[in-house]
Design a protein around this ligand. Structure first.
Ligand SMILES: [Zn+2]
Ligand SMILES: [Zn+2]
Length: 448
């Protein structure tokens, strides 16, 4: 049986799967319960993963959303616990939050319940990894796809960083709790999933251009979870049980696919880099950023436009030659300092000592590969990308932000994010492909 045909329960079997891609796929998740009243299964989940006394972590919003239900269930089952609620109105996933958790942690606890969504989960994964404790997650919003992933998005020394740890052992998603999530969090969950169209397309293309690892089974699992969410999305804002359950299951499946792949490729492409870059700009300016999934949704709209243009072109050796000749490492470096702020030094050093993406010979080799494989690349775009008008209509129907201006990103931030995304990490992105072809700047008008 193929991964995409399995239920979530089948996918999380402890022995994992030997895959046709040559790797063994396995996720540490052992217990999942999604649906109305799912929180009643919390004592069963604790038993299943061997936790007797949980340390429960929440913030003021997630406490208001879930604590009454969680407390009632735990008290009725006679489960002892220690509760910690962050005292701040807004919690950032950084050293301050981790210090606060460490100071409050009750060593008599043998596990952690993350009662929340993105930030609470990210922090609890780090805590559990450091303290070697088992994590159980009680979801409070269908707002992102990291519930089942084995990494946290953290701010380390003022720089947004992916920290690899472990996924929770159990996840409980009660639609009675999820229903109370604000509109923005539902939009964020949808935005994070629509991104998968771009991510899947980019993943397959880079396998061809860059010889990167690719697994068709995982890609198809991701497509299946995306189909599930897109089918449910028109009724998302009505918040009925079936829709909330379908969307949450899709988000959890997406995390499982990421954990199987051990890389972010199945879930994240250039659309996520718009978000990463904007978040970095906001951090540098000391301003709070928009929800991850909402930024990613806007990034997805931009990427759909980029691909619409790319699909009408062919690699042009003259454009490549000209761009390769005028590329000036010094100009790149000074622009990097302007755009990347506090992260510039680290990134410039990484490019020069490890990544070598700017290396003329490597670039020429990649361009050659793109030119020779163009028909195959076009086929991938045809197969992976959705009808843009349909996706835009779906987003519009939910009322979610679709333009950078609606989430406070100005034209300059959009241009900088697009042009320098390829220099933010080693990862080969759609923007790297355009740069390799010598046509990156030709795409700026598309973003307006
Ligand atoms: Zn595989
Ligand atoms: Zn994401």
């Amino acid at each position: 049986m193929r991964l995409c045909d399995m239920t979530l329960e089948e996918l999380i079997r402890p022995e994992g799967f030997d895959c046709a891609c040559g790797r063994h796929h396995r996720v540490g998740l052992r217990f999942v319960r999604i649906g109305r009243g799912a929180v009643a299964a919390l004592p069963e989940a604790l038993r299943a993963v061997g936790v007797r006394k949980p340390f429960i972590v929440c913030d003021q919003n997630t406490k208001a959303a879930a604590w009454e239900k969680v407390r009632t269930v735990l008290d009725a089952a006679g489960v002892d616990y220690t509760l910690y609620c962050f005292p701040w109105a807004r919690v950032e996933p950084d050293e301050r939050a981790m210090g606060s958790l460490t100071l409050a942690f009750d060593p008599a606890c043998d596990g952690v319940i993350a009662m929340g969504s993105g930030v609470i989960n990210d922090c609890c994964k780090v805590l559990c990894h450091a303290a070697q404790k088992t994590q159980i997650t009680v979801c409070t919003a269908p707002s992102m796809d990291g519930y089942a992933s084995d990494s946290s998005s953290m701010i380390v020394n003022g720089v947004k960083t992916t920290v690899y740890n472990a996924c929770p052992a159990a996840i409980i998603a009660d639609t009675d709790i999820l229903r109370t999530a604000p509109d923005r969090m539902l939009w964020a969950g949808l935005g994070d999933m629509l991104a998968k169209y771009i991510a899947a397309c980019e993943w397959r293309m880079t396998a061809l251009i860059n010889g990167e690892y690719y697994c068709e089974e995982i890609a198809e699992l991701m497509r299946a979870s995306l189909r599930k969410i897109v089918a449910a999305a028109p009724r998302l804002m009505e918040r009925d049980d079936d829709t909330l359950a379908a969307v949450t299951e899709g988000l959890i499946l997406s995390g499982v696919a990421m954990a199987f792949a051990k890389v972010s490729r199945p879930a994240s492409g250039l659309e996520h880099y718009f978000s990463h870059m904007w978040e970095m700009f906001h951090l540098d300016r000391g301003l709070p950023a928009e929800l991850h999934g909402i930024q990613v949704g806007v990034g997805t709209v931009l990427c759909l436009k980029i691909y619409e243009k790319l699909r009408t072109l062919r690699p042009d050796s003259v454009a490549f030659q000209r761009a390769a000749e005028v590329f000036d490492e010094n100009v790149w470096e000074s622009e990097m300092r302007r755009v990347m702020g506090g992260s510039a030094d680290t990134l410039i050093r990484a490019e020069k000592t490890e990544w070598h993406n700017n290396d003329p010979a490597a670039r020429a080799h990649r361009f050659d590969c793109i030119r020779k494989n163009w028909d195959a690349l076009l086929r991938i775009m045809d197969e992976e990308l959705p009808d843009a008008a349909q996706v835009l209509a779906l987003m519009k129907q939910t009322g979610m932000p679709m333009l950078p201006g609606e989430i406070g990103e100005n034209d300059q931030d959009v241009r900088d994010a697009f042009l320098y995304s390829r220099s933010a990490r080693k990862k080969y992105l759609t923007s790297t492909l355009l740069w390799d072809m010598g046509i990156l700047e030709d795409f700026l008008p598309v973003l307006e």
